[in-house]
Ligand binder design. Structure first.
Ligand code: ADP
Ligand code: ZN
Length: 216
C-alpha cells in the first residue's frame, strides 16, 4: 500500500502514521523526522536544514527530494510506505510522481486530514517529543505516564523549537501558501480521501481504517 498523508501541521499525520505502520506492516517515512535526525547528528544536510526549520520555512526541494529518493529505494519499501510531510508543494509532488512512475509503483491513495486552525494550535503548543525515539505526546490529551519522560523508551521529552506560537503561525502560512494546493492536485488525480482531523485519536483512526480498507 503506497499512501501519502496530507494535512496541516498538527493534524495528526505522525500520530496515525505510527499506528498505521504497525497495522499494515509498511514503513512510516517522515521527512520532518529525518531532517530532525540530520540536525541532531549535525550532518551536512542537517546544518543546511536547521535555519529553515527553526523559522517554519520549507527546506529546499533538492535537499528533501534527495533524502526521499534514497529512503524509497530501501528494501522495506517494496510492499509500500506511508509518506508523512512529503510532498509539501507542487514541485515535490511532481518529482514523487516521476520517481514512482520510474519503478511502476504509483501512489495509491492520499489521505487528507482536514483540521481546523483551533485544533492545530491547541495540539502544537501542547506537543512534546521524545529526544531519543521521537515519540510524540500531548500534555493535555495524550500525556506520558510520568511527566517529561517517554513511556516507550524513558527518554526526556522536549518542546520542538518550531512549536512556539510565533513559528506555528508561519508554518500555517507556509502550509496555506504552498501545501494546500496539493489537495486539488490529488483530487484531480482521483486519489484524494478525507479524514476528519478534529476527531480524537481513536475516532480518527477508525476513519482511516475504513478509508484504507478498499486499497490493497
Ligand atoms: P509539521 O508537519 O508538524 O509542520 P514536520 O515534522 O513535518 O512538521 O516538518 C518540520 C519542518 O521540517 C518543516 O517546517 C520544514 O522546515 C521541514 N520539512 C519537512 N518536510 C519537508 C518537505 N517535504 N519539504 C520541505 N521542508 C520540509
Ligand atoms: Zn522515547
Amino acid at each position: 500500500m503506497r499512501v501519502v498523508l496530507l494535512g496541516p501541521p498538527g493534524a495528526g499525520k505522525g500520530t496515525h502514521a505510527v499506528d498505521l505502520s504497525k497495522e499494515y506492516g509498511i514503513p512510516h517515512i517522515s521527512t520532518g523526522d529525518m531532517l530532525r535526525a540530520a540536525v541532531k547528528a549535525q550532518t551536512e544536510i542537517g546544518i543546511k536544514a536547521k535555519g529553515f526549520m527553526d523559522k517554519g520555512e520549507l527546506v529546499p526541494d533538492a535537499v528533501v527530494v534527495s533524502i526521499i529518493r534514497e529512503r524509497l529505494a530501501g528494501k522495506d519499501c517494496k510492499n509500500g510506505f506511508l509518506l508523512d510531510g512529503f510532498p509539501r508543494n507542487n514541485a515535490q509532488a511532481k518529482m514523487l510522481d516521476e520517481m514512482l512512475a520510474g519503478i511502476g509503483a504509483p501512489v495509491q491513495a492520499v489521505v487528507y486530514l482536514e483540521t481546523s486552525n483551533a485544533t492545530i494550535i491547541r495540539r502544537l503548543t501542547n506537543r512534546r517529543v521524545c529526544k531519543s525515539c521521537g515519540a510524540t505526546y500531548n500534555v493535555l490529551t495524550m500525556p506520558p505516564k510520568k511527566e517529561g519522560v517517554c513511556d516507550l523508551c524513558g527518554g526526556a521529552l522536549y518542546q520542538r523549537t518550531d512549536d512556539l506560537e510565533s513559528t506555528i503561525m508561519n508554518r500555517l502560512k507556509v502550509y496555506a501558501d504552498q501545501t494546500a494546493d496539493l489537495i486539488d492536485y490529488y483530487k484531480k488525480k482521483g486519489l484524494l480521501k478525507v479524514v476528519n482531523g478534529d476527531l480524537d485519536r481513536s475516532a480518527a483512526y477508525k476513519e482511516f481504517q475504513k478509508t484504507l480498507a478498499s486499497i490493497s
